[in-house]
Design a protein around this ligand. Structure first.
Ligand SMILES: Nc1nc2c(ncn2[C@@H]2O[C@H](COP(=O)(O)OP(=O)(O)OP(=O)(O)O)[C@@H](O)[C@H]2O)c(=O)[nH]1
Ligand SMILES: [Mg+2]
Length: 550
C-alpha cells in the first residue's frame, strides 16, 4: 500500500492550474508535425532516413533498396516494403532536435496507397514536398499538392537527386509555379548538376555549401562569400560551371520570388531547397529551415467550432490503424493525432462515435516499427493506442464535452478480387480479414453462402499483393486473390425495405456486419440500377463509422 493518501475529490489535480496551462502552452509551441509527400521514387524515404541521421536520431542511415545484409530504412519497416524498395504504408517517427519535438510522417507515393497518404497529410501541420530533379513535378505530386492546398498546409520543397543529370533549376522553378500555381522562392541555388554538381549557394546568407562526392555527408563548414564576383568564388566553382550558374542566379534574384515567411505559412509560397538525399547533400540547411520555419500545431475545425491546441481539454482523431507492427506483440495500434490539450496515461477518454468511455492504459510514441511507452503527450503529437476494437479510422476521441473532427477521406474500392484460402487455417484467415479491413486496407464482402471465399474490394490493385504478403507474414495463412468482375460496391441505405435484384452480373452481398451491399459488374450497371430504383438509397462509403446504420 502506498503511504501517500489519495487526493480527495476537491484537491486540485496536479496537472491543472496556471502552471499546468503554461507547461501545456510551452510544450505545444515546441512541436512540429509534418508529412513528407511526393510521386513514387522521388526520395521521401531516403530523405526521411537522412533527416533522422542528421538529427542524430539514428546512427547509421539504412539505404532504400540496400543489399540484404544491410540495414533498411527506418520508415520502410514492413517486409514487403523492404523486398520491393517502395513505401506501402505511412510511418511515424518522433525525435527531439534543438529543443523541438519533431513528428515526421513518411508517406507512400504510389497511387494505390494514397488513401493512407491523404490521411497522414490531414494529421500533419505542414508538409515537405520532394521533387525529383530529373522528372520535375509528377502526377501524384500534383494530386497531393491539391490536398495540401485545400487544407492550407504550408509546404517546404526539396528538389532531390541533383547528383544526377537534373533539369535546369530555372525550368524546375518555373514548372513548380506553372503546374501547381504556387509561387516558388529558391532559398538556395544549385551550382552545376550531375558530374559537374559543385554544391548550392545560400542566396540570403551568401554562403557556398560545397558538394564533395567523397565526403558522403561528413560535415564541411560552408564557405562565406562576401561577393560572388570574388575571383576566389570562381576558382572554387570552376570557370565552366561558374558562368551558367551566375547567369541563372542573376535571373532568379531579379525576376524570381523572394522568400516571405508569411506567404509560406499561408500556403501561398513554397521555399525551395536543392540537394541530394542519397549523397547527403543539402540536408543540413534544409533541416535547419524546417526547424525554424515549420509551424507549431494549429487550431483545427470541429463540429463545435475551432479547437485550439493549447485548450486544456484533450482531443484528437484516429487517422490510421495498423496491426502486427511489432512481431512480439501482434496487436493493433490506433494512430491518434493529438489536436488539443494533454494526454496522460490511464486517462479516461471518450470515443464520440460510440459514446463509449475508454481508459487509455497503454500509449506509445513511434519510431518506424519501434515504439516506446509514454505517460504524457501534447497537442501535435502522434500517439499510438492499443486498439481492442475500440477505434475506427476517423474516430474523434476526447475528454470533456462531446466534439467531432471532420471525417477523413475514404476512397471507394475500384478493384475487386476473390480471396481463396490455400490451407486450412480458417481462424487465422478470418482474423486477418477482420483486422486488415479495420485498417482500411480493403473491404470484405460475402456473396451468397460462401463465407470461405469472400470478395475483397481495394482502391488500387497493388493492394492485392500487400494483402497476400501480409496474410502470409503476419498470420501464417496462404491465400491467393483472383480478379472478380465487379467494379463498384454500394451499401443499401434503407434497411427496412427489400432490395431489388440488381440483375446481370451484379450481385447482392453482405459485409461483415450483415449489411446489404450490391456489387455492380460495371459503372453502367450501377447507373442503370440507380435510374430504375430511385428510391433505393445507395451509399458509396462503408457505413463502418456509423453504428446506427444497417
Ligand atoms: N541518385 C540519387 N538517387 C536517389 C536520391 N535519393 C533517393 N534516391 C534513390 O531513389 C530511389 C527511391 O528512393 P525512395 O527514398 O525509396 O523514394 P520514395 O519517395 O520514398 O518512394 P515511395 O515511398 O515508394 O513513393 C532509391 O533507389 C533511392 O536510392 C538522390 O539524391 N540521388
Ligand atoms: Mg518511401
Amino acid at each position: 500500500m502506498s503511504p501517500i493518501a489519495e487526493p480527495g475529490p476537491d484537491a486540485p489535480h496536479p496537472l491543472e492550474g496556471p502552471s499546468a496551462a503554461a507547461e501545456l502552452e510551452r510544450e505545444v509551441a515546441r512541436r512540429r508535425t509534418f508529412a513528407i509527400i511526393s510521386h513514387p521514387d522521388a526520395g521521401k524515404t531516403t530523405l526521411t532516413e537522412k533527416l533522422l541521421l542528421y538529427a542524430g536520431a539514428i546512427e547509421l542511415a539504412g539505404a532504400v533498396r540496400a543489399r540484404k545484409a544491410r540495414r533498411h530504412a527506418t520508415s520502410d519497416w514492413m517486409e514487403l516494403e523492404q523486398e520491393r524498395g517502395i513505401s506501402i504504408t505511412s510511418a511515424a517517427l518522433e525525435f527531439e532536435l534543438q529543443g523541438r519535438r519533431v513528428s515526421l510522417l513518411d508517406t507512400p507515393g504510389h497511387e494505390d496507397f494514397s488513401e493512407d497518404t491523404y490521411r497522414a497529410l490531414i494529421a500533419a501541420d505542414s508538409v515537405v514536398m520532394v521533387i525529383d530533379a530529373v522528372n520535375g513535378v509528377e502526377d501524384q505530386t500534383r494530386k497531393l499538392f491539391e490536398v495540401c492546398r485545400r487544407h492550407r498546409l504550408p509546404i517546404l520543397t526539396f528538389v532531390n537527386k541533383f547528383d544526377r543529370p537534373a533539369r535546369h533549376p530555372l525550368e524546375l522553378i518555373d514548372e513548380l509555379e506553372s503546374t501547381l500555381g504556387i509561387s516558388a522562392a529558391p532559398v538556395n541555388w544549385p551550382i552545376g548538376r550531375a558530374d559537374e554538381f559543385r554544391g548550392v549557394y545560400d542566396i540570403r546568407n551568401r554562403m557556398l555549401h560545397r558538394y564533395e562526392r567523397e565526403a558522403q555527408g561528413q560535415y564541411r563548414a560552408p564557405l562565406e562569400l562576401s561577393s560572388l564576383d570574388d575571383p576566389h568564388a570562381r576558382e572554387v566553382i570552376g570557370e565552366e560551371v561558374y558562368a551558367p550558374f551566375r547567369e541563372s542566379l542573376d535571373v532568379v534574384r531579379e525576376a524570381g520570388t523572394t522568400f516571405d515567411v508569411g506567404d509560406y505559412l499561408a500556403g501561398r509560397q513554397t521555399p525551395v531547397f536543392f540537394g541530394s538525399a542519397l549523397t547527403n547533400f543539402g540536408l543540413d540547411p534544409f533541416l535547419q529551415a524546417l526547424i525554424e520555419l515549420a509551424p507549431a500545431p494549429q487550431p483545427r475545425p470541429s463540429d463545435t467550432g475551432m479547437v485550439n491546441p493549447a485548450d486544456g481539454r484533450f482531443s484528437g482523431f484516429v487517422f490510421k490503424i495498423q496491426a502486427n507492427m511489432d512481431p512480439r506483440h501482434r496487436d493493433r495500434v490506433a494512430f491518434v493525432r493529438v489536436c488539443s490539450g494533454r494526454f496522460t496515461k490511464d486517462m479516461v477518454i471518450r470515443n464520440s462515435r460510440l459514446g463509449k468511455v475508454i481508459r487509455a492504459s497503454r500509449a506509445y510514441r513511434f519510431f518506424g516499427r519501434d515504439r516506446e511507452t509514454i505517460s504524457v503527450a501534447y497537442a501535435g503529437d502522434i500517439v499510438g493506442l492499443v486498439n481492442p476494437g475500440n477505434f475506427a479510422i476517423g474516430d474523434t476521441i476526447h475528454s470533456g464535452d462531446q466534439l467531432r473532427f471532420p471525417e477523413l477521406p475514404r476512397f471507394p474500392a475500384a478493384h475487386f478480387g476473390r480471396v481463396r484460402l490455400l490451407d486450412t487455417r480458417y481462424k487465422q484467415f478470418d482474423e486477418a480479414l477482420r483486422q486488415l479491413e479495420e485498417e482500411g486496407l480493403m473491404q470484405v464482402f460475402y456473396v451468397s453462402a460462401g463465407r470461405r471465399e469472400p470478395i475483397v474490394g481495394v482502391v488500387g490493385a497493388l493492394q492485392y499483393e500487400v494483402i497476400v504478403s501480409r496474410f502470409r507474414s503476419e498470420y501464417g495463412v496462404a491465400v491467393e486473390i483472383a480478379p472478380a468482375e465487379y467494379s463498384a460496391a454500394r451499401w443499401v441505405g434503407n434497411p427496412g425495405q427489400p432490395t431489388p435484384a440488381p440483375g446481370g452480373k451484379s450481385v447482392l452481398a453482405v459485409d461483415r456486419e450483415e449489411r446489404r451491399v450490391i456489387l455492380f459488374a460495371s459503372q453502367w450497371d450501377l447507373g442503370y440500377f440507380e435510374r430504375h430504383h430511385p428510391t433505393v438509397l445507395l451509399l458509396a462509403e462503408s457505413p463502418v463509422a456509423d453504428p446506427t446504420l444497417g
